[in-house]
Design a protein around this ligand. Structure first.
Ligand code: ATP
Length: 355
C-alpha cells in the first residue's frame, strides 16, 4: 500500500488565523483505500486541517495534491471528496430518502434511479427500507448517523472526510458504529480520512494514525506503532493511563531515575537519548513475590483496586508516586488496600521517550 502513488498529498500545509498558526507545516501522504485518522486534543488543528483538505478553508501556505493535481483553489463542490460533520448537517425538513438522494437530485438523476440508489445505500449502512419516507427528525442519533453516511456515499466521492462524527453519541452505540464504519470502509474500498480526539476510537478503525499537537503532526504510524513506540511523553499519555517517570541515560547502558535514586535496566534507547521519560503500560506492570521475578522492581503499598469488567486495575503507591497496574480478571491480585506489595517490569516492556 505504501509504495503506490498517494491519492492525497499534503505538502508543508499551513493555516494561520491572524497570528495564530492553527496548522503548522504539515506534510503527509495518504494512500488510496487507506483509513487514516488524525488524532489530537481540542485546539490542535484537526478540524482546520480537514477543512482545508475538503476545500472549506484556504491554506495560508503549502499545497494539497489530489491524484497528482494541486487543488488548493478548487472549491469544495468541485472536489471528488465529501465531508461528514459531527453535526451531520442533515436537512431536517426532508425524509431519510430525500436526504440520502440529495446529491443525485442535484445531478439531475431521475426519481427512479434516485430511489434505487437510495435504497441500496440504506442497505449498505444498515437502515431498514421502511425508513425511506421517515422524517429525519424522527430518527435516533445512530440512525441519523447512518443517513449522513449514506448521503455522503451517494455522491460516490473518492475520499470521505469525517469530522468527529461519533463524538455526540453514547458509548455503546459509538463502539458499534466504530466497527460498522471500519466494515463500511472495507466494503466500499474508499479512502477515509477521519478526525477525532479519541485515540481509542482511532485505534479501532484506522490503518494509520497521525497525532497532532499544537498544529503540528508529531507522529505517524500504525495503531500498533503508536501504542508501542510513542515518540514523546505527550503521545504516550494521550493514549490513556501509563506509568511515566523522568530518567536519564546512565553509565553501563542503564537508565538513572533521580526520583527513585535507582538505576533501571534500559529498553532500546532512541538515537542520541540523554534524558526523557520511561513509560510502562499498566498491563506491563506485574505484582512480584520476589524481586528476582522481574528485571526492575519497586516496593510500595496497594492503594485501591477497580473492577473494569474483564480486567482489574490497581493503584499502587511507591516512592511517592502512584502506579497503575492492570491485570486480566482471572490473573487478579488477591489483596486488600494498604497491603505491602512489590511491583516490577522487564525492560522490554517499557519504552524510553523524549520530552
Ligand atoms: P476541536 O477538537 O476542539 O474541534 P481542533 O483540533 O479541531 O479542535 P481547530 O478547530 O482546528 O482544532 O482549531 C485550531 C486552532 O485554530 C484553535 O486555536 C482555534 O481557536 C483556531 N481557529 C479555528 N478556526 C478559526 C477561525 N475561523 N478563526 C480564528 N481562529 C480559528
Amino acid at each position: 500500500m505504501v509504495d503506490a502513488a498517494p491519492i492525497l498529498r499534503m505538502v508543508n500545509l499551513t493555516k494561520q488565523f491572524g497570528r495564530l498558526v492553527a496548522v503548522n507545516d504539515v506534510s503527509l501522504d495518504i494512500q488510496e483505500g487507506e483509513f487514516f485518522t488524525i488524532v489530537g486534543p481540542s485546539g490542535s488543528g484537526k478540524t482546520t486541517l480537514l477543512r482545508m483538505l475538503g476545500g472549506l478553508e484556504k491554506p495560508t501556505a503549502g499545497d494539497i495534491i489530489l491524484r497528482g493535481e494541486r487543488v488548493n483553489a478548487v472549491p469544495a463542490n468541485r472536489r471528488p471528496t465529501c465531508m461528514v460533520f459531527q453535526s451531520l448537517a442533515l436537512f431536517n425538513h426532508k425524509s431519510v430518502g430525500q436526504n440520502i438522494e440529495f446529491s443525485l437530485k442535484m445531478r439531475g438523476e431521475s426519481r427512479r434511479v434516485r430511489r434505487e440508489r437510495g435504497l441500496s445505500l440504506m442497505n449498505v449502512v444498515q437502515l431498514p427500507e421502511d425508513f425511506y419516507d421517515k422524517s429525519v427528525t424522527k430518527c435516533s442519533g445512530g440512525e441519523r448517523q447512518r443517513v449522513a453516511l449514506a448521503r455522503a456515499l451517494a455522491s460516490d466521492p473518492e475520499i470521505l472526510f469525517f469530522d468527529e462524527p461519533l463524538s455526540a453519541i453514547d458509548y455503546r452505540l459509538r463502539k458499534l458504529l466504530e466497527v460498522e464504519l471500519k466494515d463500511l470502509h472495507r466494503t466500499t474500498g474508499k479512502t477515509f480520512v477521519y478526525i477525532t480526539h479519541s485515540l481509542e476510537e482511532a485505534m479501532v478503525m484506522s490503518d494509520r494514525i497521525g497525532i497532532m499537537q499544537e498544529g503540528r503532526l508529531i507522529q505517524i504510524g500504525s495503531p500498533n506503532e503508536i501504542y508501542l513506540q510513542p515518540r514523546n511523553k505527550f503521545v504516550s499519555e494521550f493514549m490513556g493511563e501509563v506509568n511515566t517517570f523522568a530518567v536519564r541515560a546512565g553509565a553501563d547502558g542503564g537508565i538513572d531515575c533521580p526520583h527513585f535514586e535507582r538505576r533501571f535496566t534500559s529498553p532500546a534507547r532512541p538515537d542520541g537519548f540523554s534524558d526523557g521519560y520511561l513509560v510502562i503500560r499498566p498491563e506491563s506492570m506485574r505484582f512480584l513475590n520476589d524481586a528476582s521475578e522481574a528485571e526492575n522492581h519497586l516496593e510500595g503499598s496497594l492503594f485501591n483496586e477497580y473492577a473494569l469488567g474483564s480486567r482489574v486495575q490497581y493503584h499502587v503507591s511507591a516512592g511517592g508516586m502512584m502506579f497503575v497496574v492492570e491485570k486480566l480478571r482471572e490473573q487478579a491480585y488477591r489483596g486488600a488496600p494498604n497491603d505491602d506489595v512489590m511491583i516490577g517490569w522487564d525492560a522490554k516492556d517499557s519504552v524510553l521517550v523524549a520530552d
